[in-house]
Design a protein around this ligand. Structure first.
Ligand code: COA
Length: 256
């Protein structure tokens, strides 16, 4: 990887991870998924680290998967290349339910696709009032991922989950707060400090008691693991579909 697109910093018993590709709205490329997984793995291994903290940058959380990873330069879908790219996505999706340490997120600006679905795996989520959450999966010919087809109905209720994941409705921060995904909504300038303050409070608590409590709250994760695999099977099939390929090309060619 020539550019540093993920910044990770183990400090004060926190693993602070920042998506740092603001010129592409922090869209996640395969290399970024790998770097993200490496950073999360490092935080899990480091015995002094108690909590992961996830931020975007440049007033954006993330625009989701890098759509250009799914098409070749000629604009034709390349199954082999997309398959490679998808390995990194899968590494990330499989890691999420396995994390033993709590995850705190601070969201400013857009959170699209996996930028929203990753938040269902976080234990505390703080957002700025200008944060917007959307998952335009069906518009892209795709299906929900990252276990969101299971976690979103549980967290938001079926009606709101369907509206978010299938209708593709964008949710404001206030609506997501009321829907139960967020802990608090604040000003953009202080959202990271609010997330860090909560992460510090967690880091100060007895680590084993936090880990065991978290595990009890999350319950049996077998069903979540199975759902992630089921979603991956359908998602990969959808990637090859005309619906998806047409939508990717339309996005990438929208200025020409
Ligand atoms: N994949 C690849 N590139 C992306 C991207 C994505 N998911 N999201 C944004 N980008 C790129 C744009 O192509 C653009 O690149 P360019 O400057 O080289 O043309 C750059 O990031 C800035 O994006 P732009 O669209 O100009 O910003 P905007 O503020 O007008 O719109 C979004 C921001 C996020 C609403 C819009 O970029 C978008 O809809 N992105 C796709 C989101 C998406 O569908 N994600 C997948 C979900 S499964």
């Amino acid at each position: 990887m020539s550019e540093v697109l993920i910044e990770a910093n183990l400090a004060e018993r926190m693993n602070i991870i920042r998506l740092a590709r603001p010129e592409k709205k922090n869209a996640l490329s395969a290399a970024m998924y790998e770097a993200l997984c490496d950073a999360l793995d490092a935080g899990e291994r480091d015995i002094s680290t108690r909590v992961h903290v996830l931020f975007g940058s440049g007033g954006v959380f993330s625009a989701g998967n890098d759509i250009s990873d799914f098409v070749t330069e000629s604009g034709e879908f390349d199954a082999a290349r997309a398959g490679d790219g998808f390995q990194s996505v899968m590494r990330f999706l499989r890691l999420l339910p396995m994390l033993r340490k709590p995850v705190v997120a601070g969201v400013d600006g857009l959170a699209v696709g996996v930028g929203t679905t990753v938040l269902f795996h976080c234990d505390l989520v703080f957002a700025s009032h200008r944060a917007i959450f959307s998952t335009p999966f069906t518009d892209l010919g795709l299906v929900p991922e990252a276990g969101s087809s299971l976690l979103a109905p549980r967290r938001l209720g079926y009606a709101r989950a369907f509206e978010l994941l299938v209708l593709g409705e964008a949710f404001s921060a206030q609506r997501m707060l009321e829907a139960g995904l967020l802990n608090a909504v604040t000003e953009p300038e202080v959202v990271e400090e609010m997330a860090l303050a909560a992460a510090r409070r967690l880091a100060d608590k007895p680590a084993t008691a936090v880990a065991m409590s978290r595990s009890l709250l999350r319950g049996d994760l077998a069903q979540l693991g199975e759902r992630i695999e089921a979603e991956v099977r359908v998602f990969k099939e959808r990637l090859r579909s005309e619906e998806a390929q047409g939508a990717f090309k339309a996005f990438l060619n929208r200025r020409s």
